[in-house]
Design a protein around this ligand. Sequence first.
Ligand SMILES: Nc1ncnc2c1ncn2[C@@H]1O[C@H](COP(=O)(O)OP(=O)(O)OP(=O)(O)O)[C@@H](O)[C@H]1O
Ligand SMILES: Cc1ncc(CO)c(N)n1
Length: 545
Amino acid sequence: MSEPQYQQSNETPSVTGAMAALAQLEAAGERAADAPSRLRILSIEGSDPIGGAGTMADMKAFTAQGVFGYAAMTSVLAQNTQGVTSIVNMEPDFLVAQLNAVSDDAIIDSMKIGMLGTPELVEAVKGWLTALEQHYRDEGIAKPVVVLDPVMYAKSGDALLTEQAEQALRDIIPMADIITPNVPELAALADADQPAADIDTLESMAREVCKRYGVAVYAKGGALALVGGASSTDILAEPSDGQGEVRTTRIEGRAVRTHNVHGTGDTLSSTLAALRPQCDTWEQAARRAKTWMNGAIAAADRLHVGKGHGPVDFTWQHAPTGLRFSADYWNRVRPIRERIHGMRFITSMVDATLSLEDFAFYLHQDDIYLTDYTSLLALASSRADRLDERVFFAQAASGGVDSEVMFHHNWYVKHGFDPSGTSRSEVTAAYIGHEHRVADSGSYARLAAVVMPCFWLYAAMGKEMREQVRNKHIDVDTHPFGEWIRMYSDPEFTESTLREVQICDRLAAEASIDEYEHMMHAALVSSEHEFRFFEQGLTRPALGF
Ligand SMILES: Nc1ncnc2c1ncn2[C@@H]1O[C@H](COP(=O)(O)OP(=O)(O)OP(=O)(O)O)[C@@H](O)[C@H]1O
Ligand SMILES: Cc1ncc(CO)c(N)n1
C-alpha cells in the first residue's frame, strides 16, 4: 500500500489534533520530492491479441485510471471475440525471469494476478511473490496490494487452465488481499453444485468463500445482469474481524443490454488493483470501479470490434476518434429528420397546397427567431478562437440572416400581410430559450453546435424540396414557395452550412467526452425545436409578449 495519507476526521479536531495533522501534511510535503507522481501496478496475465481481455485489458484499464502499468505474461493466446483457438503457456522459469525483470528494477504498489494456466505457473508466481514480500518487509517498503482473479474460463466458455492448475490456484488464494471470481468461478470455489442464479445466492456463496479462504471476495455478477432486470449487482465480502465474521456489501450498477462483454472480468479486477491504493477502503475502490465499468460497458456497442462478444470501451471518457461529430450527429438526428421531411407543413409546401396564412404565421415567427439568432452568431464570432471562424460567424450574422429577413419582408408586401404587432409564440420562445441556455455555459464549442441544425436541416431540406418540386414538373420560379425553397438550396447557403459543420467537427475533435456530449445534446435539442417550429405553422400556438 502507498504511504499513509492524512486521515480526515468527522470530529471537530482539537487544537493539538489539528497541529499534529498539519505536521503530518508538512512531513508528507517534505517527502514529496522523492515520491512518484503515479502509482505503479503490475499485471500478471495471459495475452489477448484482439485487445479486450488479459494483459491488454489490464494495461488499458491501468491507463484509464491514471496509473503506470507493468506486465509479465503467463501465456500467449490466439483468441478473439469469438473464442480461444490456441494457447502457449510460458515456461515457469521464463515467467519468473519476467517478474524479476520488473521487481529487480522498480517498486510495485499493487498487482493484479490473472490467468495462471498450469500448476507450475501458479507455483512460480507463489515463489516470486513470497520472496518479494519478504524483501519489501526487510526494506521497509509497503506491501503491494494483491488482487487475484481466479481465471478459469473465458467468456466464450473455453477453459483457460488445466484441472490441476485449478487446485494449485486454491492454494495461493490466501496470499491475495482480494479475489474476484465470476459466477461460475465462485461456485467452483464454494464447491457448489450449481452456479448462483440470483443475487442472494451469490451473496451467500461469496460469504462462504470469504470465510473459507480468509480473504476478501469481490463476486462479479455479470452473468446475472444478463438474466434480466434493470440493475447489475456485485457482492463485496470482507472478513470483519479475526473470528471468521464476514461483512457483505452490495455494489450496485445498472444492467446494460449488450453481448459485448469480452474481458469485463479482467478489466474489473485490474481496475480494482489500480484504485485500491487511491482509496481508504475496498468498498470505496469497488464502488468507483463499478461506476467506471458501467460507463465502459455502456459504450461497448459503438466500438465495432469483432463478430462475437466484443470488448468494452476503455476510452469511453474520451470523445470518439473513429467518427466525426457531424457524422455522429447526422446519424443520431435521423428520426427527427425523417419526421421533418414527412410533416404536413413541409409536404404541403412542396405540392403548393399550404395556405398563405399558415406560411405567414411561420414566417413571422421565423423573423422573430432570426433577430435573436443573429445575436447568437455574433456572440459566436466574439468567442471564436480563430480568425477565419470569427469572420465566418460575423458574416453569417450580418449577410446571411439579412438576406432571409429581406426575403420575409418582400414576401409580406407581395402577399398583402402585415405581421406588425404579432409577438413570439411559445414554440419560438422555447427554441430561443434553449439556445440562450447553451450560450450561457460560456462554451464556444457548445454555441457553435446549438446553432448548427438551423443551417444543416434547412440546407438538407432545401436540397430535397427543390428536387421534389422538379420531379413534380413544377417550375420553381412560379411555385408559391419557390423563392423560399431556392433560398435554402442556394449554393451560397450550402457553402455556409459546410463551413459551420467543419467548425463543429474541429471543436468536437478537440473536446473532452463531456464537452462532446454537451455539443451533441445541444444540437439534437435544437433539431427537435426545428421540428416544432415548422409544425407551429399549422397549430398556431399561443402568442406571448
Ligand atoms: N451486461 C452487464 N451490465 C452491467 N454490468 C455488467 C454486465 N456484464 C458484466 N457486468 C459487470 O462487469 C464486471 C465483470 O463481471 P463479469 O461477471 O462479466 O466477469 P467475467 O465473467 O469474469 O468476465 P470475463 O470472463 O469476460 O473476463 C462486473 O462488475 C459485472 O457486474
Ligand atoms: C488471457 C486471458 N485472461 C483472462 C481471460 C478471461 O476473460 C481471457 N479471455 N484471456
